[in-house]
Design a protein around this ligand. Structure first.
Ligand code: EPZ
Length: 418
């Protein structure tokens, strides 16, 4: 089993281009099922979730492979309409194949998806969206859908990212006009719309609460470059905030990071930015300040995925911060591990009170989920001494060589076999 050895206590300095966005490329890979010609995806990160998505495409009869940061998918041979339970359990995004599979094959047989243990991960909104498009959905030991999407009015009770994406993909592959009300507004939804329209779809409204899809426009092949990963960028900014120093990240849109940048600025960091880069500085001699309240919310609010990394940075500060997690029930599994590093954090349900301490210390810690793992690496670079971080199977789902990123910014991080 491999672990990361991270030696903290030194400021970070340097520049880095941020990897492509996991949460954009995963729905885009599922969307490739809707194309009738080969699709090339550029700026695709090398992640285990991407590997899992390519395996699902191949199991459905496509040819799909990754060379470096370029993925090629040829959906011509797609013929299957079922995804195995093992593949469904490999990640949450496996559920995103439901909409395009149904649109292409007229039927789909899946089981419930896996993914990070963040509390209940229901899919009722996904299934409700398909029913609104005239699809027959039966749930008994798995999900069995049949029918051809023929347009409809989808109204989401929550602005679910995945349900919005599944509804868009099903509608693109069907006929008629579909509107999605209370759609999620995340930048990854806009990236998906841009991808679909590049291949010939007619989708509009992404980024707002109402997305409209005009079906009946089959997707041709094409090429598309995925947006930068705003959560990886947020994690690296939190790392500089924790360790001190000066870092510039390119390949990511500042406006996608503004809630995170605002919190780190309130904590005492200096930030500069332009359209596709952001730079953050923190004098190592001046400790971070506490920030009154950090409340997660759907975009454009503070992203739930950045909660753990930012908490890790503020654990070593000279004040208190109250975190309120409004999206998931169980998103504080990194807290006990941060406390092993000397953090003083109390949780009660979806609320966490962080009482800053002057400095954390190294320890042996284990990631329990993807962003919690990113948080432990943030804490480690700001801590005195060495941290041994295990649970890399979670971290490698969303961070392409986290040790490389930290080392490129002047950190001391290496992967070893334990
Ligand atoms: C996406 O998950 C992201 N994953 C998550 O990132 C992210 O935390 C989340 O959106 C919120 O921004 C990907 O894009 C692959 P949701 P998703 O549907 O689509 C409830 C990471 O670390 N809900 O927007 O699963 C749900 O329980 C991951 O990269 C229902 O009730 O999130 C949650 O409380 C973690 N019924 C809320 O909605 C449903 O049918 C938001 O979930 C679907 C969701």
């Amino acid at each position: 089993m491999s672990v990361l050895y991270i030696r903290g206590g030194n400021p970070l300095e340097g520049e880095l281009t941020v990897q492509g966005a996991k949460n954009s490329v995963l729905p885009i890979l599922a969307a490739c099922l809707l194309a009738d010609r080969p699709v090339t995806i550029l700026n695709c990160p090398q992640l285990t979730d991407v590997t899992a998505a390519l395996a699902i495409l191949r199991s459905l009869g496509c040819t799909a492979w990754q060379e470096g940061h370029t993925v090629t998918v040829d959906p011509a041979g797609a013929s299957g309409c079922a995804i195995s339970e093992e593949q469904m359990r490999s990640m949450r995004s496996s559920i995103l194949f439901l909409g395009p599979l149904l649109a292409r094959m007229g039927e789909a047989h899946l089981t419930y998806p896996g993914g990070c243990e963040l509390g209940p991960r229901p899919i009722d909104l996904h299934l409700g969206a398909l029913r609104a498009m005239g699809i027959s959905v039966r749930e008994d030991y798995g999900i069995h859908c049949c029918g051809r999407p023929s347009g409809g009015e989808v109204v989401l009770s929550l602005p679910s990212v995945g349900a919005t994406e599944n509804a868009m993909l099903c509608a693109v592959g069907g006929t008629g006009v579909t509107t999605i009300q209370n759609a999620a507004r995340e930048p990854e939804i806009s990236d998906l719309q841009q991808f679909l329209n590049t291949l010939g779809a007619h989708v509009c409204g992404a980024g707002s609460s109402t997305v409209t899809v005009e079906g009946g426009h089959p997707l041709r092949g094409g090429s598309f470059a995925v947006m930068g990963d705003r959560i990886v960028a947020a994690t690296l900014l939190a790392a500089v905030a924790a360790a001190g120093g000066s870092v510039r990240l390119s390949g990511v849109a500042w406006r996608h990071l503004s809630p995170v940048v605002s919190v780190l600025h309130q904590a005492g960091c200096r930030v500069r930015s332009a359209e596709d880069w952001v730079a953050l500085q923190r004098d190592p001699q001046i400790p971070l300040k506490g920030v009154a309240t950090v409340r997660t919310a759907p975009y454009p609010g503070f992203p739930t995925d950045a909660q753990a990394p930012v908490m890790a940075a503020l654990a070593g500060s000279c004040g208190c911060t109250l975190f309120v997690e409004t999206i998931f029930d169980s998103r504080y599994r990194h807290v006990p591990e941060l406390c092993r590093m000397g953090a003083d954090i109390t949780t009660e349900g979806r609320v966490a009170l962080v009482r800053g301490v002057p400095r954390l210390h190294g320890a042996g810690v284990e990631a329990a989920d993807l962003r919690g793992g990113g948080a432990l690496a943030v804490a480690a670079v700001g801590a005195e001494g060495t941290t041994v971080l295990s649970g890399l199977q979670h971290i490698d789902r969303g961070y392409e060589s986290l040790e490389y990123m930290l080392s490129a910014l002047g950190g001391q991080a290496e992967r070893r076999e334990r």
